[in-house]
Design a protein around this ligand. Structure first.
Ligand SMILES: [Zn+2]
Length: 455
């Protein structure tokens, strides 16, 4: 029996119906929260358990770990890269950067991206990532490579491989197979790994590929993780080729369900919102990425009014969910010219909806501070200059806390970060190794300078 006891913590659950305990304790047993309460640790939680780890939080704030419901670990290789081109639109961004970069990834680059980018996520207080992976030059086994690295550093993960036709039918089928192979590998095993089936986007996945996918999935109960209407090209392509809008196409293919994730949804219309709501499919918005790519921001107010669950991810733009949920709020206020809007909605999206999404993906309760939930939490070294209570806890998280203040991160009852350090890696060694791997990735990237631009 593995136990971890945290004492002297200010326990804050910053949900819309959350709570604050000024000084309390939390006991994790075998990866789940076995108890938490105010005051001193009672004798009956079992002081005699041998080998139990203890942490004196010394007044630090204990929060549920942050969840990133749309991530691309490999995006870290774009830091400092030069494409040698000026991208004029969304498709250019894909062709000039991302589709050249993912082709440049081999096994060691996948492993390193999971280790390094995973380390960044942990250090920012993120305890689960829902990743969407692509490495067309190394497809079979790629999800296991990522998972092995993420298990080693102790980050909970939901992985999928993006199926796409852009590498020919062989590449598409290999993508399908990798998703199914990994699903079967981790299904029912417990631990930190879970899986979804990834699709790049409607405009790069043909009906023929969807038919192959359906046949291979068979009776498996999978969730699908797909980019939807990120750029205008996606919706235009669907209407032109298939005579229907993207979400209708996904619905017809049986891909919508509460276990699935529709990412972005910048260009969807009311009929598509209705289908998402009816099927219980959540949308994950990625404000900083959308603004960076100048594709506009999704109609979140209309989505919520339609009854869609809206969560928040980073799209690989950053590992820092504190930055992302802050920018989601200000981005939406700017979009709707509403300086008082979206406070509760962003709070709910970050704290509750992301928890719902990850809990459905993993099959266990994640992102909540309650008995029986996964013991995934963080200690933040936050000094509060003003009163902190259950009504204003999210205000403190929003305006006062930050990734820099995350001292300790616990995932599945195991300490992954202590004193701002990821325990499983030597950061200097990792940095040296990562730069070597990145040089090889960039050389391959440069060799793909012939990659076509435009449609
Ligand atoms: Zn994405």
């Amino acid at each position: 029996m593995a136990e971890l006891l945290v004492r002297n913590a200010r326990i804050v659950y910053p949900a819309t119906r959350g709570f604050v305990v000024d000084r309390g304790w939390l006991l994790a047993r075998d990866g789940v929260i076995a108890g938490l309460a105010a005051g001193d640790v009672p004798v009956d939680v079992g002081w005699s358990v041998a080998g139990r780890q203890e942490i004196d939080a010394a007044g630090m704030t204990l929060l549920p770990g942050l969840l990133n419901t749309h991530m691309h670990l490999y995006s870290m290789y774009s830091r400092g890269i030069s494409t040698g081109r000026v991208s004029h639109g969304f498709l250019d961004v894909l062709q000039d950067l991302w589709w050249r970069l993912d082709r440049s990834l081999l096994k060691d680059a996948c492993w390193m991206s999971a280790t390094f980018s995973g380390m960044d996520s942990l250090r920012c207080g993120t305890t689960t990532i829902v990743d969407h992976h692509a490495s067309p030059s190394y497809i079979a086994g790629s999800l296991s490579t990522l998972s092995e690295a993420l298990n080693k550093i102790g980050l909970r993960h939901v992985l999928s491989y993006e199926i796409t036709d852009r590498n020919g039918i062989e590449g598409a089928v290999a993508g399908v197979d990798e998703n199914i192979r990994f699903f079967d590998e981790v299904k029912g095993k417990g631990g930190l790994a879970s899986s979804m089936v990834g699709l790049h986007a409607s405009f790069t996945v043909s009906d023929a590929t969807l038919a192959i996918l359906r046949a291979r999935v068979g009776s498996r109960k999978v969730g699908y993780h797909v980019h939807v209407a990120e750029g205008a090209i996606d919706e235009e392509d669907s209407v032109e080729k298939y005579g229907k809008r993207i979400v209708a196409r996904l619905d017809n293919a049986g891909l919508l369900s509460p276990r699935s994730i529709a990412v972005h949804c910048v260009g969807i219309d009311a009929s598509e919102r209705e289908l998402l709501a009816k099927s219980g499919t959540p949308v994950v918005v990625n404000t900083m990425s959308n603004m960076n790519n100048a594709v506009g921001l999704p109609a979140v107010r209309e989505m919520l009014e339609a009854g869609i669950q809206v969560g928040i991810g980073t799209d690989g733009y950053t590992a820092n969910m504190f930055e992302e949920f802050r920018n989601t709020l200000v981005g939406l206020r700017h979009r709707y010219e509403d300086p008082a809007g979206f406070w509760t909605q962003v709070q709910q999206a970050q704290i509750e909806t992301n928890a719902d999404i990850v809990s459905r993906c993993t099959g266990c309760t994640v992102g909540r501070l309650e008995e029986g939930a996964a013991a995934d939490f963080i200690l933040v070294d936050y000094a509060s200059p003003t009163p902190l209570n259950s009504e204003n806890a999210f205000g403190h998280m929003f305006f006062g806390m930050s990734a820099d203040l995350v001292d300790t991160v616990v995932v599945n009852g195991n300490v992954a970060v202590k004193g701002h350090r990821v325990l499983a890696v030597d950061r200097e060694d990792l940095e040296r190794e990562s730069r070597k791997v990145a040089e090889a990735v960039w050389e391959a990237f440069d060799r793909l300078s012939w990659f076509p631009t435009g449609v």
